[in-house]
Design a protein around this ligand. Structure first.
Ligand code: MG
Length: 246
């Protein structure tokens, strides 16, 4: 049932097969149910500074770095780049607002999937555009022993955030694997674009309010309605991956 998507990927990428060795996980909306708080915080702080970003639109831009998000909205309104100090100020305020919300819960199904990945001897890699220390610090508490220190890519590592492929290419590099030796697991259109552009088989879990078609249009190879649904289908996807191609 997943073979068609896998074969489409193989044709598109020119690879003969997928030899799964690593799984590259986005964080917000995948490992933590944090996106509603992020979207609220963005909308609130932008408004405070006279900038228009609705909560709904914040979901569409999820995955961009804080700087890119501020700049995009500022550009749209004023036709020029946002001053660096303003970018810093808004991002700091946004993080403050976010941190006043209750701790986001773990995404249902994420822990179970991470355990399956780890148990199968695959390398879990974190690839996030986030630079929020509160969540990054919490990763190890919530998912102890899953992500090795060298196997994380955050806002502090990359020059170009998603949708640029750089974060996922760096994730491959850190895991020591090639594009056809990994999956990407993403919930945001921009993150899906980044995984697709990196030449990696990209699985979307639609954990937010967007239309699933948005994720398919962004280049998702497979689409699931939740992390739990992806977790439940995991063995089947891996099995069909192992037997697809030549
Ligand atoms: Mg996300």
């Amino acid at each position: 049932m997943y073979k068609e998507a896998i074969n489409r990927y193989l044709i598109r990428s020119g690879h003969q097969c997928i030899r799964l060795k690593a799984v590259l996980f986005d964080m917000d909306g995948i490992l933590f149910d944090s996106m509603p708080y992020h979207a609220d915080a963005w909308a609130q702080v932008m408004k405070r500074h006279g900038l228009d970003l609705t909560r709904e639109e914040a979901f569409l831009h999820e995955g961009r770095t804080g700087k890119a998000t501020v700049n995009l909205v500022y550009q749209r309104q004023y036709g020029k780049d946002a001053p660096e100090e303003l970018i810093q100020e808004i991002y700091r305020e946004k993080c403050d607002v976010f941190n006043r919300y209750p701790e986001p819960s773990a995404m249902p199904g994420a822990g179970e999937l991470l355990d399956k990945v780890k148990a199968a001897g695959l390398i879990p890699v974190l690839v996030t555009g986030s630079g929020q220390h509160t969540l990054l610090d919490r990763l190890d508490r919530q998912y102890p022993g899953i992500f090795a220190p060298g196997h994380t890519v955050t806002a502090f590592d990359v020059k170009h955030g998603k949708p640029d492929p750089e974060p996922y290419l760096m994730g491959l590099q850190k895991a020591g694997v090639r594009a056809n030796e990994a999956f990407v697991v993403e919930n945001a259109p921009i993150g899906v674009q980044a995984g697709h552009a990196a030449g990696i088989f990209t699985i979307a879990a639609n954990t937010g309010p967007l239309d699933g078609q948005t994720l398919l249009n962004a280049g998702a190879d497979l689409l699931f309605p939740s992390m739990q649904a992806l977790c439940d289908a995991w063995e089947d996807i891996v099995r069909e991956t192992d037997t697809a191609g030549v």
